[in-house]
Design a protein around this ligand. Structure first.
Ligand SMILES: [Zn+2]
Length: 299
């Protein structure tokens, strides 16, 4: 029953939903196709958004349950503050307002103690964000963390997890999605089967499937996250410097495009927009000292 409550619908309802809709676009009771789905670029294979969200929420519970929570209040309070500012900025953003409103009650963020994580944070369809505090030693500054969380939120606000479904992954989702959402233990499932499903959502790394979202979506999320963080009052200069410094360390956060590509993409595409947004949010402040994140000690 825990899953029913958590997801807000039962696995039986999902099975019914799928059997009614087949592989067609999900229909509303009145027979129409939701506007949010119509607006999406056509993937190879449409998938029921409710099922994707349900799987995302369940996998998020699994990930949070298997890791050690961060117990340093200073760290958790700081993360909460940054997250709150980003959520407020997303709600106020014309582009994101509608989805941000839908996600308003769904956002969840857990800080998890993982040493040398392969990504600093991950977003799960349905509103869950996992932040691995072992990455703080590399991130160092609040402004950089704000851009990273902004990047993860941008994946969900832009609904990237609904946009990459090839036939094989979509078919597997229909088969195993209901099992996952009904609570069948993920670690008992064959990673070869669930890997591509979670990979399509950008959360495949949970089962050892190193498939980030496509490079293009990662670069888009970099820019959207940077601008969102700037709108929340975080100076984009710190993130630009961070990406620039990392260009020689490709092994850091290996599940994203190379830092050189990310740096040149934000410099060319969105840094000036982010600077404008930052100045607007801070009343024209030109000089800003970066704020250090609380220290996280990993034994
Ligand atoms: Zn990403």
């Amino acid at each position: 029953m825990r899953y029913r409550n958590f997801l807000g619908f039962s696995s039986a309802a999902i099975v019914l939903f799928i059997s009614v809709t087949g592989f067609d676009l999900p229909k509303l009771p009145g027979g129409g196709v939701p506007d949010a789905i119509k607006a999406l670029p056509t993937p190879d294979m449409p998938v029921p958004p409710l099922l994707v969200t349900g799987v995302g929420k369940t996998v998020y519970l699994f990930e949070v349950g298997r890791q050690t929570p961060e117990n340093d209040n200073k760290v958790n309070d700081k993360v909460k503050e940054i997250f709150q500012r980003l959520k407020t900025a997303a709600l106020a953003d014309e582009k994101y307002h509608a989805v941000a409103k839908e996600l308003e009650e769904e956002w969840k963020l857990n800080t998890l103690r993982v040493k040398n994580p392969s990504i600093p944070a991950a977003a799960f369809p349905g509103g869950g964000i996992a932040l691995y505090t072992g990455s703080f030693k590399d991130i160092k500054y609040e402004e950089v963390l704000a851009s990273i969380l902004g990047h993860e939120m941008a994946h969900l606000l832009s609904q990237h997890h609904l946009q990459r479904w090839n036939r094989a992954a979509a078919t597997a989702l229909m088969e195993i999605g209901p099992k996952i959402t009904s609570g069948e233990p993920l670690d008992k499932m064959d990673p070869k089967v669930i890997g591509p499903v979670l990979g399509a959502m950008g959360i495949g790394y949970v089962v050892g499937e190193d498939l980030p979202l496509e490079r293009e979506k990662e670069l888009v999320a970099d820019c959207s996250g940077l601008v969102l963080a700037a709108k929340a009052g975080y100076d984009p200069a710190a993130t630009e410097e961070f990406l620039h410094k990392q260009t020689d360390t490709p092994q850091l956060f290996k599940l994203h495009p190379p830092f050189g590509d990310r740096y040149s993409h934000i410099s060319k595409t969105c840094l000036s927009d982010a600077q404008t947004a930052f100045h607007k949010a801070t009343g024209g402040k030109q000089k800003h000292d970066s704020a250090l994140l609380p220290d996280v000690k990993m034994s």
